[in-house]
Design a binder for this molecule. Structure first.
Ligand SMILES: NC(=O)c1ccc[n+]([C@@H]2O[C@H](COP(=O)([O-])OP(=O)(O)OC[C@H]3O[C@@H](n4cnc5c(N)ncnc54)[C@H](O)[C@@H]3O)[C@@H](O)[C@H]2O)c1
Length: 330
């Protein structure tokens, strides 16, 4: 990462969703690089934003509690910024089915507000969008590369697709430099662990730390995981390189693992713990994508990114963070 460190020294950076899991980890890295960081977050209670996520850097960032659905705020907030990491989002797939309009407003319509604000007030800004592997739907082949068809299985996947494509459109039509990272399951300190709304793994970690059994649904499914520091590397590389403009990149992990193997690994690292295998709840099964793992060769070759933190280490660091800090996340 040394190669792009200098790109952010004394540079003005806006992070939407900056009090969330990935946004706050990105903010911590950027302030260490000497960037002037502004975090915009709505802190809607059931989402992943948490003021504790910036404990230790709160004096080195500016925080604006705003909603990206507020067009007027966005017009003001993008002004003077050199980089925009666009991470604000409604992230629950199930919630997007139960309340599709809220997902539409946040993950689709608000992206247009943000991009229109850039077009009208700050067309020189560079934007990196946080997209998701969910947009591919059920894989037709594995590993999934960026050429895979887009066939979302839930409302969230459709709105994230639109959000991503607006960014590409504004890059192509208006020259607002933008690119998109299609994240797979990202894990690490500051992830939401309260319940399984966002990710099953968060709840597993919470229950392990509380010394309670957790549920593994199915168990045979294959997944890959990116440690949050590696995801942050990817955001910074994508922001710093004009080779990324107008492109989409998958992020993957250092290995592929079944959910049952993941549960066993977590328990081995923790030194104790129990789980029960259950069948998928019906409402989740309907929108489940089955096995998934990414082909991330494109970002490796174009931007020189690679995941550096092995899964075992990623899980150990995450467990240790929640052992020390769980009450702040309940
Ligand atoms: N964590 C993952 O595994 C993963 C996987 C794929 C994609 N992503 C994408 O990465 C981005 C960040 O995810 P995360 O894991 O850090 O989630 P997170 O929930 O921790 O962070 C999202 C942040 O956005 C904020 N937010 C939500 N709605 C908002 C609104 N209307 N206005 C302003 N702020 C709002 C939330 O308060 C939260 O702080 C999201 O866009 C998500 O779709 C994450």
């Amino acid at each position: 990462m040394t190669r792009c460190c200098d790109a952010f020294t004394n540079r003005r950076v806006l992070i939407t969703g900056g009090l969330g899991f990935i946004g706050s980890n990105l903010a911590a890295r950027l302030v260490d690089m000497g960037a002037e960081v502004l975090l915009v977050d709505s802190l809607i209670p059931q989402y992943g934003g948490n003021l504790f996520n910036i404990a230790g850097i709160e004096d080195r960032v500016r925080v604006n509690i705003s909603d990206v659905r507020d067009e007027h705020s966005m017009h003001y907030l993008v002004q003077g910024q050199e980089f925009l990491f666009n991470l604000a989002g409604q992230t629950s797939h199930l919630d997007s089915m139960n309340d599709p309009y809220t997902d539409l407003e946040i993950n689709c319509r608000a992206e247009l507000y943000i991009l229109e604000a850039c077009r009208k007030r700050n067309p020189d800004i560079k934007v990196v969008f946080a997209s998701t592997r969910q947009i591919y739907g059920r894989p037709e082949y594995l590993p999934v590369d960026e050429k895979h068809s887009i066939r979302p299985v839930d409302v969230n996947g459709i709105n994230k697709t639109a959000g991503e494509w607006y960014h590409l459109l504004y890059n192509d039509v208006y020259g607002i430099r933008a690119c998109s990272l299609r994240l797979t399951n990202t894990i690490g300190p500051r992830m939401r662990v309260k319940d399984a709304r966002q990710t099953f793994l968060g709840l597993w970690i919470r229950l392990l730390v509380e010394d309670k059994p957790f549920e593994v649904w199915g168990g045979e499914q294959l997944r890959d995981f990116t440690y949050v520091d590696d995801a942050v590397d990817a955001f910074l590389l994508a922001a710093a390189s004009d080779d990324a403009n107008g492109r989409v990149f998958n992020l993957g992990g250092d290995c592929v693992i079944s959910l049952k193997e993941l549960a066993d690994l977590l328990i081995a690292i923790n030194g104790s713990g129990e789980y029960v295998i259950r069948s998928f709840p019906a409402d989740r099964k309907r929108i489940d994508i089955g096995d998934y793992y990414a082909d991330d060769n494109l970002i490796r070759s174009v931007l020189g990114w690679e995941p550096k933190v092995p899964l075992r280490e990623a899980l150990a660091r995450t467990l240790s963070f929640y052992r020390a800090n769980l009450p702040h996340y309940l």
